[in-house]
Design a protein around this ligand. Structure first.
Ligand SMILES: [Zn+2]
Length: 270
């Protein structure tokens, strides 16, 4: 059994009567903000919608415990879902994340039963979710979704590979700048909600290391770090401080999924 006390310390506790994932609402929005859902033809979105459940979650809400199965596929409309690898002694490091441009789904067929990867909400989260087994059953009726889900798995694998390179070869200073840029991109805002402890958890380093490097980035005019959020002040300067993983991954991710919804999905939603 994983010692998840350090992990739990950084996740939000659910209110009484509420699941740990947050508040469940009945249906996803008619006009999906998630770009995978928005890219579906109207008929396919209509077939999928009855199976989707809209959930809202506070920052730090636990979507998947490291010792549990990933039994849902999540399509974020707002916020970022962060996948964290957790060691047996409770240390964590981010292995991948997805905002409204992507989805969190099992990458390998064996993954739903694997432990040691937790999923938490970064920033206030609103997402549509579907049980993984239901999605598998309905895929033949939503032909456009199958390649989109394959693209999402590819995107998660790209991140896993790039993070392996980054953790092994690049300095924490460069990785910190890269993480801020990527999280800002996925949230689509220059204001990234994050404490230094949260970022240390994502990078797998001590908080004091993040504090030291954050001062350096601030002194260089790239960011301003408030109590619980970071403002990107000079993106060009931050990009100059990030490792080459940032532009490399950005290029690879550009292809997935469709950037804008087709007219059919928009018309159906309105
Ligand atoms: Zn790197």
């Amino acid at each position: 059994m994983t010692d998840t006390s350090k992990f739990r310390r950084l996740t939000a506790e659910a209110a009484p009567g509420m699941t740990r994932a947050g508040t469940f609402l009945a249906r996803p929005p008619h006009r999906p903000e998630n770009r995978i859902l928005a890219s579906l033809p109207a008929a396919e979105l209509g077939a999928l919608t009855p199976h989707l459940q809209l959930v809202t979650m506070p920052t730090g809400a636990l979507l998947r415990h490291p010792d549990a199965a990933l039994d849902h596929v999540y399509f974020p409309h707002q916020g970022v879902i962060s996948l964290l690898a957790v060691t047996l002694t409770g240390e964590t490091i981010e292995v991948a994340s997805a905002g409204r441009n992507g989805a969190i789904c099992p990458v390998l067929s064996s993954e739903p039963h694997d432990a040691l990867v937790g999923a938490i909400a970064h920033g206030p989260m609103r997402a549509s979710r579907i049980p993984a087994a239901d999605l598998h059953e309905i895929l033949p009726q939503v032909a456009t979704l199958a390649p989109a889900m394959e693209a999402c798995r590819e995107a998660l694998l790209h991140q896993l590979r790039q993070n392996l390179v980054c953790c092994g070869l690049h300095s924490v200073e460069h990785r910190l700048a890269r993480w801020l840029l990527e999280t800002s991109d996925r949230l689509e805002t220059e204001m990234v909600p994050a404490t230094q402890e949260h970022v240390a958890q994502r990078l797998g380093v001590r908080r004091t290391t993040v504090t030291l490097l954050a001062s350096k980035l601030q002194d260089g005019g790239a960011i301003r770090w408030g109590r619980s959020r970071v403002q990107v002040l000079d993106r060009g300067r931050l990009e100059a401080m990030a490792c080459g993983c940032y532009p490399t991954l950005r290029e690879r991710m550009r292809a997935v999924p469709p950037a804008e919804p087709p007219a059919a999905a928009s018309e159906m939603a309105s």
